[in-house]
Write a protein that binds this ligand. Structure first.
Ligand code: CA2
Length: 147
């Protein structure tokens, strides 16, 4: 059974505790549970992680790229949080590892502050999703089976 990686970046551990009008009321544990259900429906093994450290995300993308090269990965759903808008390192990691990545944002970043409109991830992502709330994770996992 192939692994679907779900990587979450900085501050996403705070989901459900503040800014529910932007990110909803569900916690990261709730998101992991919905991802587990989606993976079970689609015959995928879930590997769900969160970190507040950019380098750790870079290493995880490399790991997913290696798993993909060995035929063990369906791809990565990546919510890189604010690193989306700042991280050339993540751009290079995705490009360099060849990892298939769906960029995901809970909120519609294009309807928010202008500094959220640019993404270093989008040019190297297979697909980009924003504004579906946490349901977007389930939609992205389903989409991974179609690539
Ligand atoms: O909409 C998204 O999923 C974002 O990736 C979330 C990031 C933000 O920097 C991106 O522009 C869009 C921020 C995640 C922080 O999440 C919090 C949740 C609750 C309370 C505080 C922060």
């Amino acid at each position: 059974m192939n692994t679907a990686y779900v990587f979450n970046g900085p501050n996403l551990n705070l989901l459900g505790t503040r800014e529910p009008q932007v990110y909803g009321a569900q916690t990261l544990a709730d998101v992991e549970a919905l991802c587990r259900t989606a993976c079970a429906e689609h015959g995928l093994t879930l590997d769900f992680r969160q970190t507040n450290h950019e380098g750790e995300l870079v290493s995880w993308v490399h790991e997913a790229g290696r798993a993909q090269a060995e035929g063990r990965s369906a791809g990565v759903v990546l919510n890189a949080g604010a690193y989306t808008h700042t991280s050339i390192a993540l751009h290079d990691a995705i490009k360099g590892s060849g990892a298939l990545v769906i960029e995901l944002h809970i909120s519609n970043v294009h309807a928010r502050e202008s500094f959220r409109h640019h993404s270093y991830i989008s040019p190297v992502a297979r697909a980009v999703m924003a504004g579906f709330g946490v349901r977007g994770y389930a939609i992205a996992l389903a989409a991974l089976t179609g690539f």
